[in-house]
Design a protein around this ligand. Structure first.
Ligand SMILES: O=C(O)COP(=O)(O)O
Length: 243
C-alpha cells in the first residue's frame, strides 16, 4: 500500500461493516428472568436472607451490572474469593436446572437477523457474561451451535464487559483489518461501554432486555432500536451512508 492509500484509509471511516458482536441474554435470547432467579438462589445459599436490605442491594448491583462476567459480579459481592467461586458455581448449577426444560427462547427475529448478516458477508460473534459451560448449555438448548462464526465468554478474552476484550478478541480471531468495521449490539450499559471502548463504529442498543433507552444512550449507544430484528435495516442504512 502506498503512502497516499494509507492516508486515505486512515481518514475514511469504512461504510462496510464486517463483524457484528452480539450479546445473548436480552438481545438474542430471553430466559424470562432465570438469570436473576439463579443469582437469587446463589445469594440465598450463601447466607443472604431474601427480602433483607443486603439481599436487595446485592440483587440491585447484579441488575445494574447485567452483562458483566458473572464471576466478576460474585467477586464484587463476596469479599472471600472462595465464597465468590462457590456462589458462581451455585449460580451455574441453578441456571442449568432452570433451562433444562427449555427455559431459554430466541428473541423473535434474532435467528433471521444473524443469518441475514452472515448471508450478506458479515461475520457474527455471540458474546456473553456467562461462563463457557453456561454459554454452551444455552447454545445447545437453542440448537444454535454453529449459528454464529464464533462464540466468546469472558474467560476466552481476559476480561468480560465493560472492558472491550471480547470484541477485540473477535477482531483478532476473525482477522479484521479495522475495529471501525465492527458493530456491537446489546441490551445493557455494559454492552454499550464495551463497544465504545473497543472502537466499534456502530454501537446499537436494543430494548428487549435489561436497560432503558436513556441508560443505553448514557453508556454510549450510537443508536437504539426496539430489537435485533432491526439490525439488517441498520446495516443497510450504514452502508448507504445514512447512519
Ligand atoms: O446476564 C448476563 O450477564 C449473561 O447474559 P448476557 O449473555 O446478556 O451477557
Amino acid at each position: 500500500m502506498t503512502g497516499d492509500a494509507l492516508t486515505r484509509d486512515a481518514n475514511h471511516t469504512p461504510n462496510r461493516l464486517r463483524l457484528a458482536v452480539v450479546d445473548m441474554v436480552g438481545t438474542t435470547i430471553t430466559d424470562d428472568g432465570r438469570t436473576e432467579r439463579a443469582m437469587s438462589r446463589a445469594l440465598l445459599e450463601h447466607g443472604i436472607e431474601p427480602g433483607s436490605g443486603r439481599f436487595e442491594s446485592m440483587l440491585g448491583y447484579a441488575r445494574d451490572t447485567m452483562g458483566f462476567s458473572k464471576m466478576t459480579v460474585f467477586g464484587h459481592l463476596f469479599e472471600d474469593p472462595a465464597v465468590a467461586a462457590s456462589a458462581n458455581k451455585v449460580f451455574e448449577q441453578a441456571y442449568d436446572d432452570m433451562i433444562a426444560d427449555g427455559g431459554v427462547h430466541a428473541i423473535p427475529g434474532a435467528e433471521d437477523a444473524i443469518l441475514w448478516m452472515r448471508e450478506s458477508g458479515m461475520q457474527v460473534c455471540l458474546a456473553t457474561g456467562f461462563g463457557r459451560h453456561t454459554q454452551n448449555m444455552v447454545l445447545e438448548s437453542l440448537g444454535w451451535m454453529g449459528l454464529a462464526d464464533l462464540s466468546l465468554c469472558p474467560a476466552d478474552a481476559g476480561r468480560g464487559r465493560p472492558y472491550p476484550d471480547m470484541i477485540l478478541t473477535a477482531v483478532l480471531a476473525l482477522d479484521l483489518d479495522d475495529v471501525r468495521e465492527v458493530a456491537v449490539v446489546g441490551d445493557t450499559s455494559s454492552d454499550m461501554l464495551s463497544g465504545v471502548r473497543s472502537g466499534a463504529s456502530l454501537v446499537a442498543g436494543v430494548l428487549t432486555g435489561s436497560h432503558s433507552e436513556a441508560t443505553l444512550r448514557a453508556a454510549g449507544a450510537t443508536v437504539v432500536v426496539e430489537s435485533i430484528k432491526e439490525l439488517p435495516l441498520l446495516v443497510e442504512k450504514r452502508e448507504a451512508g445514512r447512519l
